[in-house]
Design a binder for this molecule. Sequence first.
Ligand SMILES: NC(=O)C1=CN([C@@H]2O[C@H](COP(=O)(O)OP(=O)(O)OC[C@H]3O[C@@H](n4cnc5c(N)ncnc54)[C@H](OP(=O)(O)O)[C@@H]3O)[C@@H](O)[C@H]2O)C=CC1
Ligand SMILES: CC(=O)C(=O)O
Ligand SMILES: [Mg+2]
Length: 563
Amino acid sequence: MSETSGAFATTALSGYELLADPQLNKGTAFSEAERDAFDLHGLLPPSVLTLDEQVSRRLQALRGYETDLERYAFLRELQDTNETLFYALLVSNLEELLPIVYTPTVGEGCQHFSRLFRKPRGLFLSIPHKGRIDRILAHPRFDKVEAIVVTDGERILGLGDQGAGGMGIPIGKLALYTGCGGLHPATTLPILLDVGTDNPDCLADPLYIGWRNERVRGQEYDDFIEAFISAVVKRWPRVLLQWEDFAKNNATRMLDRYRDRLCTFNDDIQGTAAVATGALLAAINVTGVPLTEQRVAVLGAGSAGCGIASLIRAAMRDAGLSEREAATRFFMVDRDGLLLEGMTGLAPFQLPFIQNKQAIGDWKLSHPDKIGLLDVVRNARPTVLIGVSGQAGAFSEPIVRAMAEANKRPVIFPLSNPTSREEATPADIEAWTEGRALIGVGSPFPPITRDGARFKVDQTNNSYIFPGVGLGALAVGTSHVSDGMFMAAAKALASSSPARDNPKHNLLPPVSALREVAESVALAVALQAHKEGLVTDVAIDQIEQRIRAKMWTPGYIPYRRTA
Ligand SMILES: NC(=O)C1=CN([C@@H]2O[C@H](COP(=O)(O)OP(=O)(O)OC[C@H]3O[C@@H](n4cnc5c(N)ncnc54)[C@H](OP(=O)(O)O)[C@@H]3O)[C@@H](O)[C@H]2O)C=CC1
Ligand SMILES: CC(=O)C(=O)O
Ligand SMILES: [Mg+2]
């Protein structure tokens, strides 16, 4: 264990033990004095490097690999060996490394997790160990934990059930909490709730590292989650807990059940809603079509789709539409077509978004039995088309062309992840709309050509939101995370839109600016929490300073040895 006191840290570890601790290890950057004090001579090559030199060396090695999956494995290994160096490398190369640490490569990382697993990181809590959760969380290593990202691995990006391999996602999300939101790595904890898997490939794989069992469901699942949350709240009463990549039958249910019990939010529902709303508000500055005149079609009426619809609808109400009028503006298309009054089998969280039969009475339909997206676009003439279905290519040419026909500047956001699951590619949308669309994608794509120059389409991903929400909430110790805080985050994001100065510019700041984005989102979120009375012991004029003070910049500090 180590203690940090401003300019130096103390530890009783030495020699191999010190080098084996990723939170303390400096590798070749241990100074001569530290090598003397901690018995490191001989264990390290004699040359002492600076952090910058270590970063250059690792970057060179990283670039030498052939595939992104190899780069992912290399970075994970580095993270588990020397966290300071990992974050120094990440922070100084966000644009290049985010697609590896995060989407799309993290998806492959999850799919290959059983083969890539080397060293422990975070916690695997499995059903057979339900009675031991308190004991597992009690380890002193976790004393400093402030932020948890938890998944049960059932809906990993658009890749479906990855079982225990889903652990890659909380690890990746928390890498952004630190890399972008500045939370100290020792305060973050990724957790995989291993409740089994229904993925036949995992179950049949002799090397699968998870609990080899079909997914536990129903009361047994709920009891396990309850045991987990109770243990978490007991261990860290003020922790921030982010739910990530739960399947749609659990995501909203768990959020509703626990949002008043602890400081918690669901990233796929609320974080995605805020980035989509922020990007839409930014697009409105360009198109000039006010929120009160927008009509929104969403493909995929699951967690993300209904979360997005809910926040945009709240923004419409803020802009002056009545509740009833705002409700008519959404066209949610799921697997069985447009969500329509009278449909059976809808989930409770979908019910607020069903269309009225009368409202579509005069639609001309090519398939009256199942109203698909093309019929919706042709008839409703939406101004905005959002994809969160995980279905590659679902925004077909006729659909995109119909958007272009109905709108001077159609807003088209295929947001599914990873890259292989996007509903359309930016290049196709650009071609099918004659360059008139305002495009946002969930995962990175190569630049398109626009006006004869290379144009990098906005990665409209909740990574623009959750690091700032976590930072803001923790900096002021908010008791809960409210919907108002996500609206504040969306507006803060929109106000940092480069298109505000020049409509030809991007809707969102570049990925390389994610640290600045997190800081401004954090400020907006914390101010909103304060306004809503969710902050009790921080004065409003201290908030900005609190946020800055909370942001850790990767760097080494000297160590002193304790007995
Ligand atoms: N850009 C971003 O920041 C984010 C992107 N996402 C992405 O969005 C996608 C969905 O996530 P999430 O909402 O949590 O997942 P959900 O499973 O909750 O929702 C997806 C919905 O799409 C439906 N669907 C499946 N196939 C079709 C189809 N052919 N046509 C219409 N609807 C279909 C699903 O139905 P069924 O259940 O029957 O299959 C389900 O209702 C994922 O790819 C995810 O990576 C999510 C969060 C953030
Ligand atoms: C980005 C994200 O959270 C997802 O695709 O699930
Ligand atoms: Mg997610």
